[in-house]
Design a protein around this ligand. Structure first.
Ligand code: EPU
Length: 301
């Protein structure tokens, strides 16, 4: 979607940079996505005004964070992208509390806290993406989830059109799911983390890194696991047992390393990836009577 010059000028007055015709394939870990205008918001405070302006002009929008758990449609997209690029995201530690901007890199945040002898998040070290994305979906790995550490979240709440602060206890964090509304935008978080010597944290991080390297296709374009695990089961194990590793639709392929990772093995399109997801879901349903739910978030046009 292309924004009219007059609207772009008003956005500029709000401190927003408009990038024309951006390919979202360049902004997602899957390397898939069509083209649209992108608005770079460098100051959180302007979000309510920017969204009001877009609503008045009937311009649909979506917020893109780290782009590591999203599958975006091909072609010219019918919405603009809002992005919060912060060159140096704020991170500070006070006692056992860590205050972190949502645009910070998740792994960078784990390391920053570790160096200040705050642990508990070792398992999250290799999870790609931003702190905001991790909050939104309650990212987890190797027995660690971010949710239990959250004490406060500052966010733009779509329901009220305002920037608000929620207390950790008022947010529900479930397996790869939270009570945030899809349109809410994470801005800052306060975490409470247990004290642990840096050396011990580092040892834990190394173990998780090795496990991840030995089982996941880290050097290929993916969005991590495509499906959530069904209760008591493993999506990857079932897909593997069906002999689907290496199965492909165009350049969208079930990883031959971990069967719940679907990779872009070349020039995969969104429609290739969606077909592959549907085929695999059908095969699992036929064989196991289980309905796999997407973990990846799909933005259709
Ligand atoms: N397995 C296979 N074949 C495969 C993949 C897995 O047989 O191709 C077997 C493994 O041998 C193991 C079992 O399935 O016995 C579980 O596999 P794994 O330990 O790799 O864990 P997972 O359940 O597939 C989950 C998360 C990952 C997270 C790992 C480690 C989900 C959907 N996935 O994977 O998270 O990194 O545990 O904690 O919950 C993600 O969410 O994107 C993600 C990668």
């Amino acid at each position: 979607m292309r924004i009219k010059d007059a609207v772009a000028a008003r956005l500029k007055e709000l401190g927003v940079e408009v990038r024309r015709g951006v390919s979202l394939a360049d902004e997602t870990s899957l390397g898939i996505g069509g083209t649209t205008d992108e608005l770079l918001l460098r100051q959180y405070e302007t979000i309510p005004d920017v969204i009001r302006l877009l609503a008045d002009e009937h311009i649909p929008h979506r917020f893109l964070g780290g782009g590591t758990n999203v599958l975006i449609a091909d072609g010219e997209l019918p919405w603009v992208i809002l992005h919060l690029p912060v060159a140096h995201p704020g991170m500070r530690v006070e006692g056992n509390a860590a205050y972190v901007d949502a645009s910070a890199d998740l792994g960078g945040m784990v390391t920053f806290c570790a160096k200040r002898d705050l642990g508990g998040m070792e398992g999250l070290i290799g999870v790609p993406g931003s702190v905001g994305g991790a909050l939104r979906m309650n990212a987890g790995a190797y027995g660690t989830q971010i949710g239990p550490h959250v004490r406060e979240v500052e966010l733009y709440r779509a329901a009220t059109g305002k920037i608000e602060t929620l207390r950790g206890g008022d947010i529900r964090f479930d397996y790869r799911h939270t009570s945030f509304a899809p349109e809410d935008v994470m801005l800052r978080v306060k975490l409470e983390l247990p004290s642990k010597p840096y050396k011990e944290i580092l040892a834990g991080i190394k173990v998780c890194n090795e496990k991840r390297r030995s089982s996941q296709p880290l050097n290929q374009k993916s969005a991590g696991c495509i499906f959530k695990n069904p209760q008591g089961g493993s999506a990857g194990k079932m897909i593997d047992e069906l002999g689907l590793k290496g199965h492909r639709v165009g350049d969208a392929m079930v990883s031959d390393r971990h069967a719940n990772f679907f990779v872009n093995a070349g020039r995969a399109t969104c429609s290739d990836m969606l077909k592959l997801i549907d085929e695999v879901r059908d095969r699992v349903r036929d064989a196991y009577g289980m309905e796999l739910e997407n973990e990846v978030i799909v933005w259709r046009n």
